[in-house]
Design a binder for this molecule. Structure first.
Ligand code: NAD
Length: 285
């Protein structure tokens, strides 16, 4: 198995992330089979893809024909067995360990043994998901960012038993989709959500405790720290259920993370205050 042998990609889940992943795969020339549990969810996913491709066409970033061809490469289904001929599967169903494990067990049963199984989980352990299969070395985290067609980054998450070859294919696939990757070990929340979720929760808490209006909390973070969206707007974009599931996993695994970091105190005591002293976490000329 190598990147050139991948022609057909299965996507499990047709929600916010699943339909975005299906879209970028199809727009990059892959045949896609997208599965959800109800016909209505599959239809909604297909509509979201058509709308999104339409926006690319109206901004001259895609021709009408390319958009039509991309849509034509996607088949919707409610039957997981329709993914049996896929060369690689990306799971983007709900953020529940029991459901993901069930899906992975079934995927391992229906697909060829060398097929790579990736999960888009935000926080859950790749190793635990992989252990529901008989091919742990071929299971990996491919954590796309929302909205998938717009965001350039993909986090590659390496489980305890993920093989080097699987990691290589994951990076190569992301590159084929026009994405840029970074790698994380299989630790709760990986790089992104381990840092993002406490930030979102602190924004929600600040609002709840009357620090400022929700508009002013978002404006403060946007204008004050140069992020494109404040925490409350971003939480709405991600989906509050997804944020809660992710936060619960982090809380369960990592506990109270709000005390000043030990390393922060040590750096300050050492006089490494950042750019102004020439060294902080990075070194400056
Ligand atoms: N929303 C985000 O910003 C974001 C970003 C990165 C990763 N993720 C992760 O991506 C995954 C999907 O999140 P989402 O935001 O697309 O959620 P969503 O609620 O929009 O969509 C989830 C979809 O999965 C479907 N589903 C449930 N059980 C299924 C099954 N057994 N088989 C197939 N489909 C099933 C649901 O019907 C729903 O349509 C989660 O693991 C989430 O943590 C989300």
């Amino acid at each position: 198995m190598n990147i050139d042998s991948i022609e057909r990609i299965g996507v499990v889940g047709a929600g916010t992330m699943g339909n975005g992943i299906a879209q970028v795969c199809a727009a990059s020339g892959y045949d896609v089979v997208m599965r959800d549990i109800e016909p209505e969810f599959v239809e909604n996913g297909m509509e979201a893809i058509e709308d999104s491709l339409g926006r690319f066409v109206s901004k001259d970033r895609l021709s009408e024909r390319e958009a039509e061809e991309a849509t034509g490469r996607i088949t919707g289904t409610t039957d997981l067995a329709d993914l049996r001929t896929c060369d690689l599967v990306i799971e983007a169903a709900v953020e529940k360990m029991a459901i993901k494990r069930e899906i992975f067990t079934e995927l391992a049963e229906i697909t060829d043994e060398d097929v790579l199984l990736a999960t888009n989980t935000s926080t859950l352990s790749i190793t635990t998901i992989a252990s529901a299969t008989d091919r742990e070395e071929r299971v990996i985290g491919l954590h796309f960012m929302n909205p998938v067609p717009i965001m350039e980054g993909v986090e590659v998450v390496v489980g305890e038993k993920t093989a080097g070859e699987t990691v290589e294919i994951a990076h190569a696939l992301a590159a084929e989709l026009g994405k840029t990757t970074w790698e994380s070990d299989d630790k709760p929340g990986f790089v992104t959500n381990r840092i993002l979720m406490p930030w979102i929760n602190e924004g929600i808490r600040a609002f709840d405790e009357g620090v400022a209006s929700k508009e002013d909390i978002d404006a403060g973070m946007e204008l004050g720290t140069n992020v494109p969206m404040g925490p409350l707007t971003l939480a709405d974009h991600i989906g509050l259920d997804i944020c809660l599931d992710a936060s619960e996993t982090l809380y369960e695994e990592l506990g109270d993370r709000y005390k000043p970091a030990y390393l922060l105190k040590r750096k300050v005591d050492a006089g490494d205050l950042g750019k102004k002293t020439g060294a902080g976490f990075y070194e400056y000329e």
